[in-house]
Design a protein around this ligand. Structure first.
Ligand code: 4FV
Length: 246
């Protein structure tokens, strides 16, 4: 899988993706991340300007359409015209695990990182296939959102994580993850739940599912509608709801 990040801060991207799991995955040839500097496509030979004042007034500066479109089209030459071009912005569809799974099936992905107050709308019309937001807050640039998405997508690429570890976790099956413990058995007076020391795998599995249902019910009840629960688990959820009403 190949990621292309169109940005005014290529070093920021290279620094982060050369470390840890993504760094190792690149060394193993499982994926690649290429940062492309939009400033290299500025029409302004002398100062390489890429921003200008917004028509109609208003605060801040905007990225000009020309360097963005030239940069994007140059990368599309390499990846092919059908490549998805993702623009990170608060106006986009909110990113989630399902979107990460969908995008992890692509061969190439292009991320367009805005800066200043954003990008001239015409560049978005001409280049962007998907506008995605990582949350309802405003950042100084699209680089961190692009890195968040590359991280979430990369760990779903076969071979990047130890086999199977991506399958039983938060949002897989629409439930939050169960609490986890490691040595020592007692820490500052707090003990690991006995069930986890029992070695009785089936009971451990049951306990973990109950913990997932309880946590999801307490913290993200809206997720439960999409969760597949057994009859016994539905009874347990009903008990939780009943306790709540008492
Ligand atoms: C953002 C978000 C975000 C807006 C203007 C970059 C900034 C600046 N991107 N999810 N939230 N982008 O705040 O994706 O250009």
């Amino acid at each position: 899988m190949h990621f292309y990040v169109l940005t005014l801060f290529p070093e920021l991207i290279q620094t982060v993706v050369s470390e840890s799991i993504i760094g190792r995955a690149q060394k193993k040839g499982l994926l690649s991340v290429t940062a492309v500097n939009i400033r290299d496509y500025s029409e302004d030979e002398r100062h390489h300007h890429v921003d200008d004042y917004p028509y109609g007034g208003g605060r801040g500066m905007l990225m000009q359409a020309s360097p963005v479109v030239s940069c994007c089209r140059d990368v599309l030459q390499k990846t092919g015209a059908g490549t998805r071009v993702i623009y990170m912005s608060p106006q986009g569809k909110t990113f989630d695990e399902e979107t990460a799974r969908e995008l992890s099936l692509e061969e190439n992905l292009i991320f367009l990182c805005g800066h200043y107050e954003g990008i001239d709308e015409r560049a978005i019309e001409l280049c962007v296939t998907d506008e995605i937001s990582i949350g309802d807050y405003v950042l100084t640039g699209g680089e961190l959102p692009a890195l968040v998405m590359i991280d979430a997508i990369s760990r779903l690429v076969p071979g990047v994580l130890r086999e199977g570890s991506a399958s039983e976790e938060s949002f897989s099956g629409n439930l939050l993850e169960y609490p986890q413990y490691t040595r020592p058995e007692e820490f500052m007076g707090l003990r690991v739940p006995e069930i986890l020391l029992s070695g009785h795998h089936e009971n451990v599995e049951k306990w973990r599912r109950k913990q997932q249902i309880k946590r999801t019910y307490e913290r993200r009840p809206e997720l439960l509608s999409g969760a597949e629960l057994t009859k016994e688990e539905k009874r347990y959820l009903a008990e939780l709801r009943k306790e709540d009403c008492e």
